[in-house]
Design a protein around this ligand. Sequence first.
Ligand SMILES: *Cc1c(COP(=O)(O)O)cnc(C)c1O
Length: 423
Amino acid sequence: MHQPSLPHLQGQDPSVAGLVEAEARRQFEKIRLIASENYVSPAVLEATGSVLTNKYSEGYAGRRYYEGQQNVDPLEQLAIERARTLFGAEHANVQPYSGSPANLAVYATFLEPGDTVLGLSLPMGGHLTHGWTVSATGKWFNAVRYEVRRDTGRVDMDQVRELALKERPKLIWCGGTALPRTIDFPAFAEIARECGAVLAADIAHIAGLVAGGAHPSPVGHADVVTTTTHKTLRGPRGAMILTTDEHAKAVDRAVFPGLQGGPHNHTTAAIAVALAEAARPDFADYARAIVANAVALADALLERGYDLVSGGTDNHLILIDLTNKGVAGKPAARALDEAGIELNYNAVPFDPRKPFDPSGLRLGTAAITTRGLTPDLMPRVAEWFDEVVVAAGKGDTTVADRVAAEIRDLMAAYPMPGWAPLG
Ligand SMILES: *Cc1c(COP(=O)(O)O)cnc(C)c1O
């Protein structure tokens, strides 16, 4: 089945059409292991590409600053209802443009500039917006950072409690971008209660696992939950904030008019579509399959002598420390990409190397699971991975073309949602 690909774009602007088509082929041919990426469904793509992009809707349903909201109001309400039902939340705001603005809205809801925030340090797996130095959140607020334990690679909950009681933050973040282990939401909630802080759970990476029952939910433990919609949740690029009735008005006001103008209605529609997909029983199977693939890949890498931060994974994500392999993250990531395995270099906890040239690699299984890859294939993926990393360590560039061709052959058997090669 071939989708009729971009006829208007091809006629009018072959330069852009050519790049979009080349990107589709690239996504089709590679083993995509970037932990924050996925493949959305054709229905999500259609909603994203719809005429809703033509419409301005500043405000909220029934309280807009522009006329003509006969369709946008019920659409946004539908997205909100689906988000509330899927996650069991009292209130949802689906307007944040992306994960970072959603997190900024949490600050705008609960903090004044200069207030203290406690978050996981970026090189330990936290996100920029959890108060890292170079982020506005680290400059405008008094950011204090907790870490993971050196011996276990897991979040140091004793340190979280110690810092919370000493620094008395107004806001505590849990969650991160490179955490391979389950987040203990009840433990964070207990600490937040003890020090009188608001607890924000950032589930950007794991939202799909939470929705599918493959990771515990923060709802009922955290005062506010933020998430992107485009990672494991497999929706369009966007974000949501879930909260209680108590904080609903303040969160809504922080998003608009506090930080944003008009919501991206085409994204809202696509979020609604993705939320309905995530509510289906087969999405729970998908969430479980993501974790099964990650565990199988982690096991296969351990067998080949790779050092995994925390020793493995509970979710979709694996963080590898390459130090014992004698190659840094950046050259390894480059070599792997040339060989058809796409991922990103990443700092590992207590990394002795610089952030722009760190010791690790981060990978995730959400996208390959969408393609239909199964755990029995993970030893093969680890074999290719190992072959390329070992070659990169020796400065040997001769394996890339052969491995890339083998991977192209494999991936050709696994359909890509929304695109297929012609002929
Ligand atoms: C991806 C991510 C974000 C930010 O999302 P963007 O859409 O890239 O702004 C925020 N927090 C966490 C934990 C993330 O993984």
